[in-house]
Design a binder for this molecule. Sequence first.
Ligand code: F6R
Length: 606
Amino acid sequence: MCGIAGYVGTKNASEVIIEELKRMEYRGYDSAGITVTHKDELFTLKTVGKLNALEELISAQKTKLNSHCAIGHTRWATHGKPSSANAHPHTTPKVSVVHNGIIENSAELKNKLIKLGYEFESETDTEAVAKLLDYYYNGDPVETILCTQKELVGTYALGIMFKGYDDTLFALRKESPLIVGLGNNENFLCSDLNAILNYTNKYYILENNELAVIKKDSVAVFDQNGQKLDKKINIATWQADVNDKHGFEHFMLKEIFEQPNVLKEILKHNIKNGLPDLELQALPNLEEIEKIIIVACGSARYAGLLGKYWIEKFARLPVEVEIASEFRYSYPILTSKTLVICISQSGETADTLAALRLAKLNNVPTLGIINVKGSSMSREADHVIYTNAGAEVAVASTKAYMAQICILYLLAVELAFKRKTLQESQIFELSKDILDIPEKLLNILKDNLKEVENLANFCSQFSNIFFIGRGLDSAIAKEGALKLKELAYINAQSYVAGELKHGPISLITENALVISLLSQERLQKKMISNILEAQARGGQILLISKEKILQNIPAQMKTLELASCNDDVMPFLTVVVLQLFAYFVAKTLGHDVDKPRNLAKSVTVE
Ligand code: F6R
C-alpha cells in the first residue's frame, strides 16, 4: 500500500526514483509524485494515474528535475480519492513528505492546525503530517521530526525533505516497512528492498520509532529520544528479479505459465529420497503439536483452506484457518502445543503481520510460508519456508498461490510421516502424485488454452456468476470467484455446493452462470445432484471436471475436461483453469489485467 522511494547521491535522482517506484508500483498505482531539491528550493511534481503519467511530467520539466536528492511515492488511496491534490508528496514551502500507513488522529491534528492558521488542500491524512512538521520546524530537522512524532497516532513510514537541506533525506518508521539502502557515495530509501537491489545489496532495516538521516556518504539512525543507534548492516544474498514480460501480453499470463516450473523447483528442493523434507528442524517438538492455526488474507487464506483439508486428512491434526484481520482482534486459544502458520506472498500484509506478532506475544511457535525474502514476516517468524516463486508482478496472485499450496501439501505429507499417521508406502504414493503435477500443468497450458479462452468469451456476458464445489473443490471455488471479481469486476460468488439449497439457490435464474467444479471422485454423486438442482432453476452450467467423471453426467451442459489424477492433487490442475478463465474474461472486457482498479498487491494498512 503506497511505495516510498528516496535517493541521495551522484546520479540523476528523478531517474533513480522512477526506477525504484516501478519496482514498487504493485503497492499502489492510483497516483504518483516526486520532490527534488532545486536551487535550494523543494520542487514537487505529482499527478493522478499510473507511473508513466509522472514520467511524462518529469520529462517535460527536465531542467528542474536535474537533482541528486529526491523522494517519490506511488499511492493506493486510503484517505481521499485518487487525484493530483491527494497524491504525495504533501508539501509546505519548508517541507515535503511521502507517507505509507494511516495517521489515525489526522482529523484532530487538522483541526488544531486550522486553528493555528493552516489551510488544507487535500483530503489525505498525510497533509496533517506535512503541516505539523512545518509548524514545529525550528531549523533543526531531527528535533522537529521527533517533536512531531510525539503527536502522531497510527502507522507510518515517512520520507521527508526540508528546504535548505539539499543533500539530506529524513526517514521515520512506525509499523509500515522502511529500508535504507547503503551504496557507494549514494544512499537510498524504499518500502521494499527489491526496489533497490539493482543498486546495492547492503541495507538497514528501520525498526519502529527509528529516525534516519541519510546523506550520500553517511547514514545516521536515532531512537525516539534522539540517541544515535549502532545499526547492523544487512546483506541481501539474492538478486533483483527481472521484471520482464518475456513476450507475454501480461505479467499475469507469464506468471500463470511459470507455474509448472515453480512447482518443479519446489519439488526438486523439498522431496528427498521420495519423502518431503521441508527442513523444519527450527520448529522443535513438531510431533507434539496438537493444533495448527493458519492465518492469512485473500488468496493466501484460500490456500490455507486446502492446507487444512490435507493436514487433517493426512496428519490427523486439527487445523483452523483464520482471516488475519479478524484473528488479530479475537481471543484465540493459543498454547505451547499450537503452531501458528502465517501465509503471505509479500510478507508485509499488515493484518497477517499483526497476527504473527500476536502469536509470538503468546509464546506460540510460528511458521511463515512467504515469498518475498527480507520481508517483515520473514524476519519475524520463528521459521520460514520460502515459496521461491520469484517476483510476482501482476496484482492477482497466481504462481505465489500455487507455490503456497504446494508447500502446504508437502507439509501435510511430512507431518503425516513424522506423526506416523500414514504408512510409508502411502507417503511415497502422495509424494509421487504431486511429482506428476508439473507435467500435467504443462499439458493444460498447451492443450486447453484455446478452449478456456472460448469459454471465457461466452461467460463474459454474465453479470452473475456462481462457483460451486465440494471438499477441496469448495476451496478452489473461492479462489476462482475471487480471481474473477478482482480482474473482471463481475459479481462472482462461491458456495459450498451442498449449501446452495439453504438459501443462495434463490439467486439462480436463467441469467446466472454456475461454474461447477467436479474433481473429487468420492463426492461426485452428491455434486451431480447439486449441479442438476441449479440447472433445474434455469442456471447455465459450466462444468469443470475430471475426465473420468464426465461420462457420468446425465444432462447437456458446457464442459471442460481435466486430466485425471488422485483427488488430493486435483486442485493444482483446477485452479490453473480458473486463473486462465479470469484472465481471459478480464481481457475480453478490456480491463487492465495486471493492475485491476482499486487494488494493490501488498496491503500494508488495516
Ligand atoms: C488475490 C490476492 C490477494 C492476496 C492478499 C494477501 O489475487 O493476491 O487476495 O492474496 O492480499 O497478500 P499476501 O499474500 O501478500 O499476504
